[in-house]
Design a protein around this ligand. Structure first.
Ligand SMILES: [Zn+2]
Length: 249
């Protein structure tokens, strides 16, 4: 289990100090519960990593999955297989049948969510995004998408759309577009997050909501989107300062 965590936590970023200066695993374990017929009902793995920079504890949560691959394997192939699949906890190898049914772990999320944003990102947007990331660790995928929508709403306000309690996010984005305050690319990206926010916030026909893997992607996308916006606007700010200085010459 420790080896599984080590290979999966490569590049670990502390959610407190955002350092990537290494960690010690202070706890790691997994458990699963089975149906009477042997099917895996639910499984979770938990690892607590202590940051070597600030000594704070970070929690990593994994789901435990199991599947009969239907394939066959020689015993000699087992070791290379495990080396190539560091997320596999046990191969479920049956010597008699030569079959494998691996049980593996898949990262749900980290608490606190470790993702460093540029200092130029306003603190309110930063908090919304951190909360969105925190939701992943507990599998709150709809809530994660709603928090991403909230960050987009703040972003729209930061671009000059006055937040109004009666104004829906869609209307705010429409105004951004009409007033040409953002590029078409950025408008489309913000609208994509809004669509997912709507799925997460409102019960739909199928009521399936958002899957965790989708929420992970939405959170990653919103972080990237916000990261792209602020350094770009920073360039404008510095350019204006330089221009003013030049004009005074
Ligand atoms: Zn730290």
């Amino acid at each position: 289990m420790q080896e599984n965590i080590k290979s999966m936590a490569r590049g670990f970023m502390c959610g407190y100090c955002f350092a990537q200066s290494g960690y010690d695993i202070v706890f790691a374990d997994h458990s699963e519960t089975r149906h009477v017929y042997g099917d895996l009902l639910e499984g979770k793995a938990i690892a607590v990593l202590k940051c070597r920079n600030c000594r704070m504890l970070n929690l990593l949560v994994f789901s435990v999955k199991e599947e009969d691959f239907g394939g066959s394997m020689e015993e000699s192939e087992l070791e290379p297989f495990l080396a190539e699949h560091p997320h596999v906890l046990s191969p479920g190898f049956s010597e008699e049948e030569g079959s494998i049914a691996p049980m593996w772990i898949e990262l749900m999320g980290q608490y606190p969510h470790g993702f460093k944003l540029s200092r130029d990102v306003p603190v309110t947007i930063r908090y919304d995004l951190e909360e969105a990331g925190d939701c992943l660790a507990v599998g709150a995928s709809n809530a994660a998408a709603v928090m991403c929508g909230r960050a987009i709403e703040r972003l729209a306000a930061d671009f000059g759309i006055k937040p109004d309690k009666t104004m829906m996010l869609g209307a705010m984005l429409g105004e951004l577009k009409d007033r040409k305050l953002v590029s078409e690319d950025l408008f489309n990206a913000m609208s994509e997050v809004k669509e997912w926010r709507n799925i997460g916030a409102h019960p739909g026909k199928d009521d399936q909501g958002i899957e965790l893997s989708q929420a992970q992607k939405i959170v990653e996308f919103t972080y990237l989107l916000v990261e792209q916006v602020f350094p770009r606007r920073d360039i404008h700010k510095v350019k204006d300062e330089l221009k003013q200085m030049r004009n005074k010459k």
